[in-house]
Design a protein around this ligand. Structure first.
Ligand SMILES: Nc1ncnc2c1ncn2[C@@H]1O[C@H](COP(=O)(O)OP(=O)(O)O)[C@@H](O)[C@H]1O
Ligand SMILES: [Mg+2]
Length: 356
């Protein structure tokens, strides 16, 4: 046993062994460090005492026990009693035979902070590149377009009969359509108009809009953290961002009545955006149970003009992302059938510390 314990303790993965009532039988050193507890304190206590507000995870543990089938969950956030949140990948394995002494083995792997930083940075660089390309293109399109439109207007005045102006009208109309498209591609052009407000006010407003759009058939479950402090943000633009995300969920569902959306908010400490460490960020998850984002477009889902819908513009998410970025935040997405989540993080304080 001590030999096994030595092996367990030298792992960098946190390991928790649980009995059939989800009580802790063993917890290795990495697990103690992750969960900020000692083995003495943890042993005999329930898994539900190791974490708070993590019902979803506890349900999964129960399910693994019941179905006797191992399960992996990526990118899980568990809140510790201290209020600290940990970000882990989890593997849950049921004991296959009776005499192993445990019923369930849980492996917790901390998601590397560095991985996160580099991902954010590459995301930011990719966005900057695509915005630069769009700006260049927009300029090249808008100038000649203005010429085409002006010439069509002059031509309309010179035309000998009214019927022919139908053609110039089409030219002007299509030129305007193209100009609008280019403007939308350029994204929100006005600066942020900041006010201090509660993020839940924005979420509730959008929930009302989505309810109205779906004739009150969508089910929206709210898991708000009522203790979240107010943030400084542009109300109209944030509403637009959240609406774009929620509307996609509604449109992806086979029918509005099948559409379940979860809106979750919470505070998260020490979050890194690019190279900036924020002491406290507001995190919002928008989770739907729809078919998921088609695998072919998932990697580029935030890029403008990437769409999976016949009549889509592919601009909704790119605009949402620009808005969140303008607030100094990050918008991320993970998707699989039945579980699509968009997560955004907004810094809560104005002063940022530089990451060392
Ligand atoms: N919640 C979601 N579920 C399934 N697919 C989604 C979801 N959100 C976005 N998508 C996919 O991403 C694409 C891009 O979305 P978006 O940028 O809003 O543009 P549009 O809605 O105009 O297509 C959508 O066409 C859809 O295929
Ligand atoms: Mg959309």
């Amino acid at each position: 046993m001590t030999h096994n314990q030595g092996i367990l303790d030298s792992l960098s993965t946190g390991v928790i062994a649980l009995d059939e009532h989800l009580r802790v039988i063993a917890l290795n050193a990495a697990g103690q460090a992750l969960l900020e507890t000692s083995e003495a304190r943890a042993i005999g206590s329930g898994a539900s005492e190791l974490v708070v507000d993590s019902q979803e995870w506890l349900d999964t543990l129960q399910q693994v026990l019941k179905t006797n089938a191992a399960k992996a969950a990526r990118s899980v956030y568990l809140k510790l009693p201290s209020g600290q949140e940990i970000h882990v990948d989890v593997i849950m394995t049921p004991a296959l035979d009776g005499d192993t002494g445990f019923s369930l083995l849980v492996e917790l792997m901390a998601v590397e902070r560095l991985l996160k930083i580099s991902r954010d940075e590459s995301q930011v660089t990719a966005q900057e590149t695509s915005r630069a390309v769009i700006r260049g293109l927009a300029h090249e399109i808008k100038n000649p377009l203005g010429g085409v439109r002006g010439a069509a207007q002059l031509l309309a005045r010179e035309l000998p009969n009214e019927e022919l102006t139908e053609y110039t009208r089409v030219i002007i109309q299509e030129a305007d359509r193209l100009r609008d498209l280019v403007d939308r591609l350029l994204g929100p052009s006005r600066a942020l108009e900041l006010e201090t407000l509660n993020i839940h006010e924005i979420l509730e407003h959008v929930r009302g809009l989505i309810n109205a759009e779906s004739g009150n058939t969508v089910s929206v479950v709210r898991e708000y953290d009522p203790s979240l402090p107010e943030i400084s943000c542009d109300r109209t633009q944030l509403i637009q961002a959240v609406l774009n995300i929620m509307r996609n969920a509604l449109q992806a569902a086979s029918s509005p009545a099948d559409c379940k959306i979860r809106l979750r908010s919470r505070a998260q400490r020490q979050y890194t955006v690019g190279a900036v460490v924020h002491r406290l960020v507001c995190r919002v998850d928008i989770i739907d149970n729809g078919p998921g984002i088609p695998a072919g477009i998932l990697p580029a889902v935030f890029a403008p003009m990437v769409t999976g819908r016949a009549r889509g513009t592919g601009l909704g998410l790119s605009i949402a992302q620009s808005i969140i970025n303008m607030h100094g935040g990050v918008l991320e997405c993970e998707s699989q059938p039945g579980d699509t989540r968009f997560t955004f993080y907004l810094p809560m304080e104005a002063q940022h510390e530089q990451a060392s």
